[in-house]
Design a protein around this ligand. Structure first.
Ligand SMILES: NC(=O)c1ccc[n+]([C@@H]2O[C@H](COP(=O)([O-])OP(=O)(O)OC[C@H]3O[C@@H](n4cnc5c(N)ncnc54)[C@H](OP(=O)(O)O)[C@@H]3O)[C@@H](O)[C@H]2O)c1
Length: 460
């Protein structure tokens, strides 16, 4: 007679980069902090021949960061499975059934490339590893969820054949980041922002995700994706939705998503502001198709046509091989109505929501320069979340895995959010083609920034 578990988390793609670098370290931390209880079983599914022990030896060898595999060992089983063989799924089901009872929460995590997603999901459905009416089972998908609206709709249709929407978890790991979760608290739990969060007070919003890295070894995926699909469709539009949404009825998952969806419905962009670029040297990266037109940089100005935000420009920018790694949201406020009475230039207030590399918030204010001279300076009230956290801050995947095992869906994207994001991105892609938007080859970020400054009058 086998022990039964409270939670069984089964990971497909257990030999891949995501599992090794992100999921296992997150699980190890959750176990150590007792956030996952002792009656948790991790099943690492892969096509290679490993035992539980040799699998963990492989993980240790692959990992560049320390991982206490000894701490994981008592909780982990390796299960060999050919993703195309239904019998293997039936065997996996028998293995799981032996170790579960009617209270066991079962989560299936597909940490595999998009090409395997439909096949594995179909097998999970047909082998009845997950059954529609079983509310204690869930299935999790990594981004990218499709490569355009049509492919995303096809995947979704297939998923709805086998699973209920309540069982489907679509990951956008940005939503698990500390400061992204903090946006709602900063917006709604502070009186000073509550009445200021509208187009009377906010001048513009900048949402940037800059990377210094090139595409590294991700050519196969990146060359068919690009900055718009890889970053804007998911992370940047999610951040925009959280900034622009109306006050939700409650902070429960469905109410939040309802408001985010309303933002995406009202989103449009200014085609004339669109700049796309490709870093110099991209064509020489291994496995890149010669003459590839994939963009590694994108910038545009967007608007959310709601009464709250009508007329406020949202500047979205993301790119690779830029001058610094920084993900940040900058909310710039209007000039004060007293500006004209001051004999001195004043600064606009800015609220920075810093997501990476260091999480934090800062707010700039005008302040008198100390002393006898009559002068005003811009001062920065800065709060570094990471510096003040007790212990290590949780990584995004820790929060997401924890929520997945508790069946809490707030930080996962709902189908209509994905559908509307793809609709928007498909439109931008079509404009790039039809309007022949030039792909600018850049040696430095500065070249792009000065071009954007000329086009929009905005200093980046
Ligand atoms: N890596 C990240 O940091 C990251 C971050 C966000 C999202 N994601 C997303 O997560 C997914 C996985 O990414 P990854 O970086 O982990 O990819 P990866 O390193 O290429 O790993 C892919 C996994 O799928 C397995 N696999 C591939 N082809 C297979 C086949 N025909 N049959 C059975 N198994 C097969 C591989 O097994 P073998 O080892 O046996 O080949 C491996 O375990 C992707 O959708 C990616 O976009 C990744």
């Amino acid at each position: 007679m086998q022990n039964t578990y409270n939670t069984i988390l089964t990971i497909f793609g257990s030999t891949g980069d995501l599992t090794i670098r992100k999921l296992l370290p997150a699980i190890e931390k959750l176990l150590k902090e007792k956030l996952l209880d002792d009656k948790t079983l991790i099943i690492a599914v892969g096509r290679r021949d490993y035992t539980d022990h040799t699998y963990l030896q492989f993980v240790e060898k692959e990992l560049k960061v320390p991982l206490d595999t000894k701490a994981l060992e008592p909780y982990l089983n390796y299960f060999k499975l050919n993703v195309e063989a239904i019998d293997d799924y039936v065997a996996l089901k028998a293995f799981i059934d032996e170790r579960s009872d009617e209270n066991t929460r079962k989560a299936y995590y597909l940490a595999v490339g998009p090409e395997l997603l439909k096949g594995i999901a179909t097998m999970i459905g047909t082998s009845k590893l997950v059954e529609k009416e079983d509310i204690r089972s869930s299935i999790t998908f990594e981004k990218p969820f499709g490569s355009d609206l049509e492919s995303a709709q096809a995947i979704n249709q297939l998923l709805w054949t086998y699973f209920d929407e309540k069982q489907i978890y679509r990951i956008d790991h940005y939503l698990g980041k500390e400061m992204i979760q903090n946006i709602l608290t900063v917006r709604f739990a502070n009186k000073i922002f509550e009445s200021a969060w509208n187009n009377h007070t906010i001048k513009n919003v900048k949402i940037y995700a800059k990377e210094t890295d090139t595409i590294l070894s991700r050519a196969g995926y990146y060359d068919t994706s690009g900055a718009l699909k890889d970053m804007v469709q998911s992370h940047l539009l999610q951040m925009l939705s959280l900034i622009a949404m109306e006050v939700p009825r409650s902070y429960q998952s469905e109410d939040l998503k309802n408001e985010k969806v309303e933002v995406l419905k009202k989103l449009r962009y200014d085609r004339k502001s669109l700049v796309i670029g490709q870093y110099d040297g991209y064509q020489n990266e291994p496995n890149i198709t010669k003459g590839s037109k994939t963009e590694t940089f994108v910038f545009f100005k967007a608007f959310v046509d709601t009464p709250r935000f009508k007329g406020v420009p949202f500047y979205l920018m993301t790119g690779k091989a830029l001058e610094q790694k920084e993900s940040v949201i900058i909310i710039e406020f209007e000039e004060t109505s007293e500006q004209h009475k001051f004999d001195l230039p004043l600064f606009t207030n800015k609220l920075y929501i810093k997501i990476a590399p260091l999480d934090g918030i800062s707010l700039t204010l005008n302040s008198k320069v100390p002393g006898l001279r009559n002068a005003v300076e811009e001062v920065d009230l800065d709060y570094c979340v990471a510096c003040n956290a007790v212990g290590n801050l949780p990584e995004a995947y820790e929060k997401l895995i924890l929520d997945m095992t508790k069946h809490s869906k707030s930080l996962f994207t709902r189908w209509d959010e994905i559908e509307l994001s793809w609709q928007f991105i498909d439109q931008v892609k079509q404009d790039i083609q039809n309007k022949q938007i030039p792909l600018r080859i850049y040696k430095s970020a500065e070249e792009l920034y000065s071009l954007i400054e000329t086009m929009t009058g905005e200093k980046l």
